[in-house]
Design a protein. Sequence first.
Lengths: 537, 403
Amino acid sequence: MAKNIKKALRDFWYGKPHTAEEGGRRLGDLHEDKTHLYKHREWRGVKDTMYYFYMIWLYNYIFMVKDVMVMGGLVNFAKGVWRYRWVGQTYLPVLHWFDRGLEGMRGEAMKASAWHYRAMVSTTIRQFQRMFAADTRLHGGKQNDLYKHTIAHNETVWGGVFYPWDGEIQNVPLEMIPYFVTCHVNSHTVLNYIDAVQSIGLPGDPCPMCQAESGIFVLDDVPDYAPAVVTCNEACDASVSTSTLQDWFFDKPLFSLPMPMIFDDPLVKKYCAREIEELWKFVEQQYNIPFSWDKLVKKLELQNELQRFEWEKWEVAGKTDYYPVNGVAQALYRIYQTQYGDWEIWHVTDKKVRKILEKCVSKKINSFPQTRHRVIAWSCAPLYYSNWCTWAYNCWGLNVIINMDSLMFDMTIRTDSYENTLEDMAQYHLWAPMRRMAVGGMKHMFELWEYMEKFNCDMVAMYDQLQCKGVQGLHGLFEDEFRDRNAKAFWIPHALPDSRTVSRAEIRRLINDYMTTVMHEEPLDPSLLDFDDSMTW
Amino acid sequence: MRDLKHLIYFENLLQEANNDLVKQAKAEGKRAIGYTCYFMPEVLLDLPGCFSVRLRAPRCTSPDIATYYMSARVCHYARSLLERALEGGFNFLDAQMATETCTATCRFQEHLQQKHLDSVKDMRIIDNDDFFCNFIDVPFKNNQIAYEHYRDQLRAHVLGGLEEHFGIDTSDAAIMAAIEQQNEVSRLINEIGDYRKLDNPTITGYEFHVIQLVSLVCPKYLILPYLRETAEEMKTREPDQKKEFRCKVVLAGSENDDPDFTKLVESCGARVVCDRYCYGSVESRQIIEVKDGEDPLMAVARHYLTTSNCPRFMPQDEMRARKQRIAELAKEYHADGVIIASNKFCEYWSYERVIDTVILKRDFGLPVCSIEKEYINSASGQLRTRFQAFVESVEIKHIQEGK
């Protein structure tokens, strides 16, 4: 009896322990079937529960309202919610998205990961509020001043190419919010867009990300917020074709920024640099605002600061057990930051995370104490289940240390001369998301081994995007290499945003099978082995 | 119509990549250079001392080993090429000149390449000690910067490779000689193809498809005599008294090196009078012009970028010009409609087909039949039904218009 009371008090103060042997927390029992809504919220111990409630849940709700008010106002937001289905369907479940990614996290891991989430939410609000504030559709067809100072571009065009107009022209990616971010938060939203483009005759096999990006145009669900558009061929054949289709719907002055495909060739870098210069001329012509070298340098140096901190994080992640950022926060924050480019919120976040990181290192805090395997996740992740790694840690002790998306832009940009800057910008542009290690040459695809060693990983989670021709075209060679190297590796089949092709439950089942039949291991938390979350966001 | 004298010979040449003329050229000491895409200028692979072979994998219906390597979700054409290579069917190749112009064929060619990396094994698929594979980057645009980049790529990776590995003469004079040879082939193919513009064409789409293909897969200097003779023969060829077709169509779309597909279309009552698809003649058989004083390599670079109608070109004007081009071809060849065919898993043409299907009908009033097909057409029953229905709809349109 006394023992039970003692345990109850300990569980109350510290939260229940992780594993079944210790009379564990059984996270799987917290949820309703199908919707995966909480029956009751997770008790993480007094300190962490209070932190989660005040500093994550409440803090973020308050800032979601405050950000909307400061960055464009409630009226524009209300009009946008009424007009565009993607924002209405994803704004309210945002905190559920936090819960999914941070489930089971404790202490510094919970705090550091949550700050990454907060930065992504803030940047997202800023972008869609800019869209709405400049949108002719929400302002009676009027092209207001914000419209005239906004440029639209494909989400895979690196935002850094617009640094020379910082403070004068705001770049807002066309698809990053309507499609990419929303499907992380609410996986159902995007399905409608995929169906829409297939309804006009597109077959089901092209990359579903591109299908969704086309579908938002087919359904006329894109704000008209800029007088000119920049497209690019990144990352694949379907991206090129998506741009083509978007152009027919948009019908605006358009600059296509090519990304050479065979990017290790020095000749190619030279060509890419020339095209970036052509883009700058296009922007000057369209907006009648001159290129500013000083602004470019200033912003690049700020971006370099972000990169240098990322390298510090990698040092800790690769060489110690004290890295406090979970797999999903690491992946999403990093790809968002590197692709969108420098912004104040990234610096604010990095400052907070640095404190946590330094604390973990100095006090030797192991934020993921139940780690059984250090995992590297390779290739493109399932957008509808980016938080699979949170589940994998809670259920099996698979700690995703690093992922391919984080590693693509592994460079700073020189600012000592125009030529060096342009050359490095071309290089950065060439190492675009999903390019370098997903559809780039074999050399880069198989950099896996190098990074596996660098991050001291003993297992590979190999994403198998079923409609990515680039990765599918190397499937057998990866199988051969895994076998020849006796590497511990499991495949995660998926269809990027389309949760109907391979469900979350199917992904979990495949990992469960691998862990039991190949690794012969027992789950840390058996309640997470099998559950139905088919209707969840 | 009377049978063409060399048609059966031509058909036999298409049964294997390593056909009789390829063997003959190899026996004469020439180097066989493979390629897959129009963006690899065949004219540069036909320099004195070597010859171009545009790769095909005829009769490959079950690419099992290639499917292990590339999965079942990649275009059948690329998998079939890899399967044929794994079977040893391309061992005659001395080099592969590769382009990253579509992901699937890029991956196929990367499998052939010896990469000399510690991170991934080389497979030595082409069992030939001399074999090498070089890649070029092909621009997505059609402007001066792109021409210069493309020229530099061709010089560094194509001419450089041929010179370094096989001592091929890549001088301007040699390039000019290759251009002249290619232009003669193009003139003959165009001369033969122009009979498709007649009210009652004296050549079928199938026959022309076969002739065009042999000009792509055989050494030019060996196929030329046969082409000359066929062009001569065409001058006196009489059409059938009664038209054997009910409408004429432009066949446009993605990779198509299967003459039986054209035969299938024609067996349903259509006559294919224009071939605007990869491996077709609309792009590849235009005359290469070298302006006075122009660097021949620059002329080649400019020619291949300006003549291509590939959907990978991204600029706005290019996208729109592609639709206009098909409409103009329909007018030039007196076609009643357009069949747009894309290979399954071809992402470029999946989208292009959707847009064509809407735009050609809406903006140009052209009837369009939009289909998805395999590399080798096993689903011919379904396709036959589609084509028959399309031909009937065109006929009904004619009746309604009082033609």
